[in-house]
Every structure is written in structure tokens, then in C-alpha cells.
Write a protein of this length. Structure first.
Length: 187
């Protein structure tokens, strides 16, 4: 397993060792021991899977507040996505900064996003399947979202999203969430 830092130090690209032969391939998508050996201590409690039929689908920017915040380990098992993490921790020197990593069924990469970060992805192909682990249970009363085109964050996407959920279409900006005290992560 190879671990690559992104421009947001806490957000990591995980590149598993893939063993291939004439039958296909095998790799460990998660090994508690190997992650601990690499200094990553996370106890995942929930696995999630999403399917997006259309290229241009944007899911995010989503987060859950403390005490139900979530670290996530994401991978794309069909198609291709641009996976995005935004630092939303008050006092962080990287507050409102973002990173984006292409994940695909072909590159086997995974993205580890810690608590205190908003998450989103843009589908780059049709028929996209994303699987991810979370270290806390889904709790709708603690969830929040931020507008995908918030100028303070300034995401640079390869193209404008064509499909968003109704709640993501009307999401507040990061500043609006902060002004209303709706983000409680502290660096």
C-alpha cells in the first residue's frame, strides 16, 4: 500500500498493491492492520454505496457535524469520479481550501477524508458506482451541505455539473453556514 499526501495534509490518497494475472486481479481494499502500521487509526462502522447513472452528477458538498462527524475512505468501483474534500475546520490554515483526486475502477485509488472536511464528487462518466467506509453512523439531524459553486471555496471542475439533488441546488455558502453557527469543527 502506497500513501500519497494531497495539498491538504490530512487528506490522503491510498494506492493499494494490486496483484494481477491472466484471471484478473486481487487487492486488499481495507486492512485495519496495514492502516495502523501506516499510522492511520480509524475504526470504520458503516459501508455505503452509491450509483449515479449520468455523467455530470454532483453529490455534495456534504458533511456531518460533531458528535456525528465522519471520516471516509472512498473508492470508485465502476466508472470515474473527481473526488473532492474541503477543509471546513475553524482556525485551520487551510480553511476553505480543497483538493480533488480522480478515482476510477481502473486506477484503484482511494481517498481518505478525515473528520472536519466537506466531501463531494463529480461523475466523469456514465454509470458510476462509489463505495465508501465511514467511521460514524449516518445521522440526518447532524448533516449539512455547502453550495458546490461557493466562490469562497472556488472549486475548479473540468465541466459544470448537470445533475444535483434538490437540497444541493439550494445549499447555503460556507460563509452563510459559518455566520449561522452551523459548522462546529475546530482545528
Amino acid at each position: 500500500m502506497n500513501i500519497v499526501k494531497t495539498n491538504l495534509d490530512e487528506v490522503l490518497i491510498i494506492e493499494p498493491k494490486v496483484f494481477g494475472d491472466s484471471r484478473g486481479y486481487f487487492f486488499e481494499s481495507w486492512s485495519k492492520q496495514k492502516f495502523e502500521d501506516a499510522g492511520i487509526q480509524i475504526d470504520f462502522v458503516q459501508d455505503n454505496q452509491s450509483f449515479s447513472a449520468q455523467k455530470g452528477t454532483f453529490r455534495g458538498l456534504h458533511y456531518q457535524l460533531d458528535p456525528m462527524s465522519q471520516a471516509k475512505l472512498l473508492r470508485c468501483t465502476r466508472g470515474k469520479i473527481l473526488d473532492i474534500a474541503v477543509d471546513i475546520r475553524k482556525g485551520s490554515p487551510r480553511f476553505a481550501k480543497w483538493t480533488a483526486v480522480e478515482l476510477s475502477a481502473e486506477n484503484f485509488r482511494q481517498l481518505l477524508i478525515p473528520r472536519g472536511f466537506a466531501h463531494a464528487f463529480l461523475t466523469l462518466t456514465d454509470d458510476v458506482e462509489v463505495q465508501y467506509k465511514a467511521d460514524n453512523l449516518y445521522a440526518p439531524q447532524f448533516e449539512g451541505n455547502i453550495r458546490w459553486n461557493d466562490p469562497e471555496i472556488g472549486l475548479e471542475l473540468p465541466f459544470e455539473p448537470t445533475l444535483l439533488s434538490d437540497k444541493d441546488k439550494v445549499a447555503p455558502t460556507l460563509k452563510e453556514r459559518m455566520d449561522r453557527g452551523e459548522i462546529n469543527f475546530v482545528f
